[in-house]
Design a protein around this ligand. Sequence first.
Ligand code: 26A
Length: 353
Amino acid sequence: MARPSSAGAVDLEITGIENAILDLLVRVDDRHLDEMGLDKGIMKLVSADEQNAILDHVRGGDGEVLQPEIEAGGSCANVLRAASLLGVTASYSSAVANDDTGRLFEHGLEASRVRNRLAHIDGVTGTSVVLVTPDGERTMNTHLGVCRQYRAEHVPEDDIRRSSIFFTTGYIWDTPNQIDAIEHAIEVAREAGARLAIDLADPFAVGRSKDHLLRHKEHGFDILFANAEEARMMTGLAPEAAARELGKTIEVVAVKDGVRGAWVHRGEEVHHVRAHRVEVVDTTGAGDCFAAGFLYGLLRDLPVRTCCEIGIAMAADTITHLGVKLSPDIRERLTAIGHQGQRETQQRLQAAQ
Ligand code: 26A
């Protein structure tokens, strides 16, 4: 995906800013959610005390040792780590504290070779207690900690200027200082000619920040990812119609519809791509991996339908693992999808001549 010729040197593919969060994943039964009055499948903001009460509750109080699976999370960071595993060069910024949680998060970033542009602020690093039920659905209980104190001076301006794509999610429009920071980052990206990509991330985020998101929908976003519910909240429409509507002002739009697959819109093109049938272990990060795969495809100049197929393959792969993980052979599988997409495009072009 080429940048305008007026832009400076571009040696990074994606820079992202959002919330640094460490995930504590625990397998639970549906009754645990019922007993705690938690609605399955949603993200809820909670205090650190509430997180501890949830962990105590699922431990059952009989001396059983609970060992959550601990791994770096944060929606945007998930996207960048997954993209980086595919060979995309990425840089990430948010805020962590000088605590073990923050160090584990940083380790996750660096292990995936994502450039670390984290700010350090006194307090506690964000965490999400992710409860995974036997059907693979995830219910997130997030304590945001110091990432809510992220501010404009933390924005890695140089990295944004040197990137093809600036990426964030709907989660970032939260505190006034975070809003200042993201609006500043968007301005830097626009001035430098970087593409602006956003994942709406969560119906909760769209509900909270709809005005900001609608403004950027009209005057800024180049690439948008949404699930069916988020797209409906933005447009009042079902997935295909929502993709077409959002596509009136946004160059590339992907609307994900779970087991019904995804719709992608670009210019005159609209495609539907089917979901894969897989054994679902944990849906955490499925949307993040979709975005990672899709952006990888765009950065490699693949046809938009192929980008969507790669996104779907990434989502299908991660949901067969607990946590946001990918299978060792994922890169080869995606390369095969990419080659197939290129062949089909060549055949179509030849047939049209
Ligand atoms: C503002 N909030 C609540 C959040 C998040 C979040 N990432 C950014 N901001 N709440 C949960 N997450 C992350 O979402 C991922 C799955 O898409 C979790 O850390 C999880 O890895």
